[in-house]
Design a protein around this ligand. Structure first.
Ligand SMILES: [Zn+2]
Ligand SMILES: [Zn+2]
Length: 136
């Protein structure tokens, strides 16, 4: 049997095994060490990094490996609160984009999808209807 080494398009010098991961609030802070730029990455519970690579960032893989090894999980946000936008629209399942104008301290990060803002508000209405304590 031959050992097959999986190669994936990871940028340059990042080597996952050197990553140091810790849960901080609603995020995972990933430290790749002083030889990597950018050194610090923040991965949300939506499995997207805050850097330009987004979900393709090796920091996301580092967080997966960390959780697999029994690492401490990031805090679950309160019901209906999004510390980061969802990766996909909960209504149409298309990729979302940032919409800072929709962000609020109560709702968290705003987002838009190919439909514009309509699915965002549809989803918020759905959340309000489900909010614990809202039933009689
Ligand atoms: Zn990153
Ligand atoms: Zn949508």
């Amino acid at each position: 049997m031959q050992t097959i080494t999986a190669t994936r398009p990871a940028p340059g010098v990042l080597r996952q095994q050197e990553a140091y991961v810790r849960a901080t609030g609603y995020f995972y802070a990933v430290d790749f060490g002083e030889h990597v730029r950018p050194r610090h990455h923040y991965v949300g519970i939506n499995a997207e990094c805050n850097c330009d690579l987004g979900s393709a960032c090796p920091a996301v893989d580092a967080v997966r490996a960390y959780l697999k090894e029994g690492g401490k999980r990031a805090d679950r946000p309160p019901f209906g609160y999004y510390p980061v936008r969802p990766m996909k629209c909960p209504i149409c399942n298309e990729k979302t984009g940032d919409a800072p104008s929709l962000s609020s301290p109560h709702r968290g990060a705003g987002w838009i999808c190919p439909s514009g803002t309509s699915h965002y508000w549809k989803h918020r209405a759905h959340i309000s209807a489900q909010r614990p304590g809202s039933q009689p």
